[in-house]
Design a protein around this ligand. Sequence first.
Ligand code: SF4
Length: 222
Amino acid sequence: MKKDILQKGAILQRDRETYAIAPHIPGGFTDTATLRKICDVADKYGLTLKITSAQRIAMFGVKEEELDAVWTDLAEEPGAAIGLCVRSIRICPGTQQCKRAVLDSASLGLKLDKIYHAMELPNKMKMGVSGCLLACAESGVKDIGIVGHNKGWRVLVGGNAGPRPRLGEMLVDNIQTEEEVLEVVAKVVEVYKNDPQQGRLGRLIEEIGIEAFRVRVLGTQQ
Ligand code: SF4
């Protein structure tokens, strides 16, 4: 029986015959040449396209024997849509486009994407970076959610959607620089990676409580 093919970023579809793939489009920021290429490949192989919640374009209907050729034609990296890893870093347009933005979510989010996209972890992890409190990148329901506001960056941890939705809890607030946010995220990921529990980050925080988690990450209480 056919299965997902992780190393080719291929997810078996409902017909149990064909696969879906999704090229990595960091934060959903793309350009017309890339979109044309995706459309050309879709036309060539008869694929259906869908824009996903992970800010990617899923390409449905790839035959197993054509997977390599499709990836060669695309000349793009697979998005981490399956497996135990950092699946996606969702990023809102931020100060580069949005009139409501307070901080540059695109700059911070793309730095996070570079470091963490597809990093293997005990379970899946999602991140979201929003440029204001409206949190359009759904930062409140991401394992690590970051929100910009007038006093700095806020980092939320332990959120997730899915069958047991959970809101992220505030780990630290009013962070002044992107570098400091990156340091906090690095510590969160390190603590999570080294903990024996294998669930999502929210399960670990449920187990030990946000205060104990904060001490583990920051070495201090709020
Ligand atoms: S979160 Fe704020 S800055 Fe980002 S897109 Fe939404 S309104 Fe704009």
